[in-house]
Design a protein around this ligand. Sequence first.
Ligand code: ADP
Ligand code: MG
Length: 651
Amino acid sequence: MKRILLLRGAELIVFALLATIPLLVVNPYALGLLTLLAIYGILLIGLDVTVGYLGQVNLAHVAFLGLGAYTAGLVVTKLGLGMAPALLAAMAVGLLLGGLLALPALRLEGPQFALATLSFSALSTTALNELEGLTGGAQGLSLSRPPVFGYALTPPLFYWLCMALLAVVWMLMRNLLASQWGRAFEALRDSPIATDAMGVGTYRHKVAAFALGSGLGGLAGGLYAFNFQYLQPQSFTYDLMIILLLGVVLGGRKSLWGAFVGASVIVLLPNLLSNRLLFQVFSGLGFAMALAAGWRGLMKKTTRPFQALAPVAAMGLLVVGGLLVENTEDWRKAIFALMLFSVVVGLPEGIMGFLALFLAKLFRVPHAPLPEPSDLDAVLPVRAADGSPLLVLEDLKRYFGGVKAVDGLSMTIRSGAIHGLIGPNGSGKSTVVNVISGLYTPSSGRTLLRGVALPSGSLFQVAQAGVARTFQNLQLFGELTTLENVMVALKGVYRSSLPLVLLGLARTEERRARADALALLELIGLKAQALTKAKDLTYGAQRFLEIARALARKPDLLILDEPAAGLAHPDVLQQIEIIKRIHQRGITIVLIEHHMDVVSELCDTVTVLDGGKIIAEGTPEEIKRHPRVVEAYLGHPPQTETSGGAEPLPA
Ligand code: ADP
Ligand code: MG
């Protein structure tokens, strides 16, 4: 309750204050700046979806601002329609073109994605310039603010409209980003492979996020058009794009407040540069913040001395420069560069990320309380296992160039079994898992789940079919908490449609998801760490968490790729305990393991691979005595018959 009051209270107070400003301030210039703040607030919230949540360098946002602005302008001037249809059209153009651009571009990663979006920006500026008949080209496009319900929108009225829209966008986005959608966005940033493997669908969420962010860019563009009432293509070029990125990074990514603070800074920037006193106050503040952040980092040993000093030096340069330089405006690019450098190095979480540390302490914002865990029998019902064939591999092959990683594998995994898959390093175990789970397409052969062919080459579809897996090299969602890692993967809980989620009417299923996820964390012994970020867990706990996350899929078949790899002895024992508990619930498990003692303790049947082929199959006891197995592991045939005792085979 207190948490809600504090968090929502802050929002209410700020918006209430902003709403009263036109009653107190009559200075039209100040009001113009605040109107721009609201517009840029919407714009940056949209940009934050791709830059913050998806973690992609998106250089197309400025183009959506421009396209939205021109759309609104044309709807009003050419079609003679009013403001509401113009704004809707601006947003729709953003959504649509954003979605279209995302379809090919989001298959790209990192620099390629940045370049694809950059070329989109270039293209859209050119189009706006060249379509002179429509846009007026370099001449620009003049429009006037159409009246709303017969009322002319005076500056204060228009300001209120922009602020009201910012408040609405803020509320809807807050609901969306706190839902499964927001978690999916973050999950796919941290590990696209695991997002697909957990049945969440990387691609569709990426496209949705990009379209949504671009739609907000378009809406902001519409407001921009009515704010300035004059548009020129060259207003929407790289210069502005860099400033928008500065705003998101400076304010703080993945935060509505961050977008708001970032918007305030970039709206004020031109004034800061033209007013000496303002600039000195601002750079002084920046210097103090760099000093505080650096000092804190050094005390907590989270930053190296260089990391702490560099931003202090950069901001110091701004302070000194502000005293020496005659005209700060001439230096604007250098000043932006210094600011961007200081923020990226010194405040990677941005101003809000930094302030939040203190604000949370100052106001003692408590964590949202955890609910009682759900009944495990409801979350993960015990199923009957009848020993019938569950997964059948038919002559499965996967070649990498000349490497026959899997070379004609036929095997049957029976329902209710813990089926071990062992073999020396490089014998093809992980490749088998990757083919079954859809990460790789097989070169030939089939996999059947309960007699039905599994889709090949799609992690997402295989996950949907009821197969869950873990990864030999951990693929957790590092920035999400332990609880959220499990919540992302939860199957069958999220049913509300997007409009309900946006309106914040999906709280019941959200509560249920938390309780269900908590029950799974309890099962594997991580309930106490529910609110720790996955990247901050111990290595052992991370391995356990991957299993809990896979269980959230309520799978028929669970494939564990070396779940004990790299674990200390006590953790290995706990891991065995966890696997036994899962098995008791009737879930069929394929266990890839290196340690023979773990295999002996857990498995009913063991298949041994070497060079991509099966060299032996049987119970653990039979396997340990099998001459070809001993040879594959030791590199020479067994000397005596006694080698199959309690001695674990070497890894
Ligand atoms: P294991 O898990 O049993 O240690 P892997 O399945 O990881 O073995 O590897 C089997 C063989 O396939 C190795 O020779 C490995 O180098 C090769 N291999 C695996 N994945 C790839 C890949 N993506 N590209 C090329 N070769 C691969
Ligand atoms: Mg492997």
